[in-house]
Each structure stands twice: as structure tokens, then as C-alpha cells.
Design a protein around this ligand. Structure first.
Ligand code: BGC
Length: 417
């Protein structure tokens, strides 16, 4: 019996060896990186893999926040047509891992020492049941303001430190005839901005309780109501054509000086970078007023599926390239994010990137690093979708008052849980 088993194993490894000789030298990647800055960042990866002889099979599905991409991924996985990897956000990785369709990168992770270099906040979402199922690409954070410097100078504005300062600054832009706030009226953009509003309104403890622990009392509280009041104020500074606008077009309004400021994750900086703009000279990056010291994060992960053996070498090549120190620097400089490893020097990053790296370290050490609910790191996708839906209905007037918004939010999250 044992002999039979051994022969079986020998045969299997022989077969594996044979298959290995014909490894598919191609990486098929599903992602939503379709803006100018995103495409430039993705090119860094394509080029690295091309150097190792891997062809790139692109599966782009436009739509920031990845909702459309995740619908496409679901269909591929249901058909058994797994990509080599897919861009994914935290809780989605865990969902697919629980469904048993993810691969296992643990051997590569051990060899490369990811346990030591990748922060625990990311390992929580890239390791499932003791196995590495995803390679973290970066850390983005959402509580930022992106400001056109020339417009700021023209209106004589200064960095807003509180929410009230921010409103006063927006008023100045309005008085000068510039659109104060660039926003795209898509639910994920509105909810991404609302993450910052909640942190600013309620402070770090409150953000964590409401947006990560989904604590009922916090979700129902007057502080949450006040957060919606504050969101309503912000929306009065948006131009009338904001409905349905893509996030990168909102960034372009700031780049061109058609608007003063955008509240957006630091992928917006990728657009400034692609337009050859320099922080301090052409644009300014400040933390969303009242949130300095805290970081609301998300991280793009390359989720690795349980592909056939002849496609596993491509996965290992992709994961190894992704987490190499040189790639982590080169890619994130272009993307606007910061490295997913703690040991990458900030030398090549611009002033905003250096601040992002320092802020992340401080927040991680000080217990003020929180997952973005809008961006897949606060709660599982069903809850996040319920949240985005309520916030968006409020912004577009289908939910009329902050009281009603709180009631709807509690109900929607309860139903989704
Ligand atoms: C991703 C970013 C991306 C942004 C806009 C976010 O969900 O984490 O990498 O740039 O969506 O597309």
C-alpha cells in the first residue's frame, strides 16, 4: 500500500515536473486601474514581468472602488475561469478564500519573509486560515484633501484644521467664482468622502466603533446624525453636473484649476503625477480637517486563485515581483499610494508620499489606523454596499434628512449583516 502510494507520489511529481516544463508564461489580471495615473502605475508591473518573459493578458473593468470589476470576477469564477490574479479589497479576499477558490502562496511568502515585512493590518486580509492567498500591492488612504495651489493662492486660503475652517475655505472659493468642491456623484466616491466626514465629526474612537465594529449605538447616535449634517453641508459646494462623474474627471477639475479641492483617496495623486504636477508648487495635500493623526486605509491586493498547475509559476512570479522592495517603491511613487512593506525607503517619494508613509507608521503604532468602510476594509461587501447606497441616496436627495439617513443606515446594515 505504502509502495503504491510512493509510486503514485513519484508519478504525480513526475507529472508535475512535466507540466512545469510547459508553464504558461502569461499573467492574466483582472483590475479596475483604467485612469491615466492607474495605467501608468500598472505599466511598472507589466514591464517588470515582461523582463521575466511573462506576457500580460489584461482584463480591465472600469469603475473606481471596483464594484463593476467584482461583478465581472464573480462571473469568471462561477464559470471556473480563474484569472491568474485579481485586484481585490480586503473583505472580498476573505470571502473568496472562505469559498475555497483561492490558491496558496505560503511557500513563496516564507521564502520572501513577508510575515516580517508586511504590516499586520494587511496580513489580516491576505492570510486566510494560516495560508497566504493574496499579495498586497500598496496602502492607500482616503482621508486626504487635494487642492489646486494657484486657486488656493488666489483666494488667500490656508490649510483648514477643523471642519469649520474647511467650510470657510469652501466659501472663499465660492465667492471667487470657482467650484469649491470637485466630486463625482457615484456612490463609492460619496461614501469614500463620508468615511472622512465621520472620522472628523466623531473622532478616532467613534470612527472605529461605528465603521469597523458596526456598533449599533454608535450608528444610531447623534454623532452619526451630525456626520450626515456635515456631509449635507459639503454637498452644497459641488457643481450641478456632478452626478455620475468619474473620480479622475473630478481630479482633473482640480488639476486644471476649475475647482479648488477634491476629497479622495491618494490614488488622486497618481493623476497629478501623470500630469507632471509637483506637490507644494502645483498642488497641496492635507489630511481631511480634523483627522490628522489617523489614517483610514485600504490596500489593493492581488488575490491569487487556485489555478491549474501550469499557471502557478506565473502566480509566484507575479507575487514575488509585487512584493519586491524595488517594485514597491517604483509602483507606489506612480500610483500615489505607499508601500505594503515597512522596510521600503521613502527616498523616491514626493512630499505627499513621504507624509503618507510617516502617517501610516504613526497611526499603526498609535492605534489610529482604521479600515475604510467605503473601500472594503471596514466590513464585508454586503455591509459596505448597504452603506454606499444609503450615503448616496442622502447625497442625491432620495433620503431627505439626517434623522432618516441614520434610521436607513442602521436598517440597511442590519439587513446586510
Ligand atoms: C483602489 C485604487 C483605485 C481607486 C480608483 C480604489 O478602490 O484601491 O487602487 O485607484 O479605487 O479606481
Amino acid at each position: 500500500m505504502l509502495r503504491k502510494l510512493l509510486i503514485g507520489t513519484a508519478l504525480a511529481s513526475g507529472l508535475a515536473f512535466a507540466a512545469h516544463a510547459e508553464d504558461v508564461k502569461e499573467v492574466q489580471m483582472l483590475h479596475w486601474w483604467t485612469s491615466g495615473g492607474e495605467a501608468a502605475a500598472l505599466n511598472v508591473l507589466k514591464q517588470d514581468l515582461a523582463k521575466e518573459g511573462y506576457a500580460w493578458k489584461d482584463v480591465p473593468v472600469a469603475g473606481g472602488g471596483g464594484d463593476a470589476a467584482m461583478t465581472a470576477l464573480k462571473a469568471m469564477v462561477a464559470a471556473g475561469n480563474y484569472p491568474t490574479a485579481s485586484q481585490m479589497l480586503g473583505y472580498t479576499v476573505l470571502d473568496y478564500a472562505a469559498a475555497g477558490v483561492m490558491g496558496d502562496l505560503t511557500e513563496t511568502a516564507k521564502k520572501e519573509g513577508w510575515d516580517k515585512s508586511v504590516p499586520a493590518a494587511l496580513q489580516k486580509f491576505s492570510v486566510y486560515d494560516g495560508k497566504w492567498v493574496a499579495a498586497p500591492v500598496n496602502v492607500h488612504s482616503v482621508n486626504w484633501l487635494w487642492i489646486n495651489k494657484a486657486v488656493m493662492d488666489k483666494i488667500g486660503g490656508a490649510e483648514p484644521k477643523t471642519f469649520d475652517d474647511f467650510i470657510a475655505l469652501l466659501d472663499k472659493a465660492k465667492a471667487a467664482g470657482v467650484t469649491p468642491l470637485a466630486l463625482g456623484g457615484q456612490n463609492w466616491q460619496e461614501a469614500t468622502m463620508f468615511d472622512s466626514v465621520v472620522l472628523s465629526t466623531g473622532g478616532p474612537e467613534f470612527y472605529k466603533k461605528a465603521m469597523n465594529d458596526l456598533d449599533d449605538a454608535s450608528l444610531k447616535s447623534d454623532t452619526m446624525k451630525k456626520s450626515f449634517d456635515n456631509l449635507a453641508k459639503l454637498v452644497t459646494y459641488v457643481d450641478p453636473n456632478f452626478s455620475g462623474r468619474d473620480w479622475n474627471l473630478a481630479t482633473a477639475m482640480v488639476i486644471k484649476g476649475d475647482a479648488l479641492v477634491q476629497v479622495m483617496g491618494d490614488w488622486a495623486k497618481g493623476e497629478f503625477h501623470a500630469a507632471n504636477k509637483t506637490p507644494g508648487t502645483d498642488f497641496l495635500c492635507y489630511r481631511f480637517p480634523g483627522t490628522d493623526g489617523s489614517v483610514i486605509y485600504n490596500s489593493d491586493m492581488f488575490g491569487m486563485f487556485n489555478v491549474p498547475d501550469d499557471r502557478k509559476a506565473a502566480q509566484v512570479a507575479l507575487a514575488t515581483a509585487t512584493l519586491s522592495k524595488s517594485f514597491q517603491s517604483a509602483f507606489n511613487v506612480v500610483k500615489g499610494s505607499v508601500p505594503a512593506r515597512t522596510d521600503v525607503p521613502d527616498t523616491d517619494f514626493d512630499a505627499c508620499g513621504k507624509k503618507g508613509i510617516a502617517d501610516l507608521k504613526k497611526a499603526n503604532e498609535g492605534g489610529t489606523l482604521f479600515g475604510s468602510l467605503a473601500q472594503g476594509y471596514g466590513a464585508p461587501p454586503a455591509v459596505a454596499n448597504a452603506y454606499k447606497d444609503v450615503v448616496s441616496k442622502f447625497v442625491h436627495g432620495q433620503i431627505k434628512t439626517s434623522d432618516e439617513a441614520v434610521t436607513e443606515l442602521v436598517k440597511a446594515i442590519d439587513d446586510a449583516k
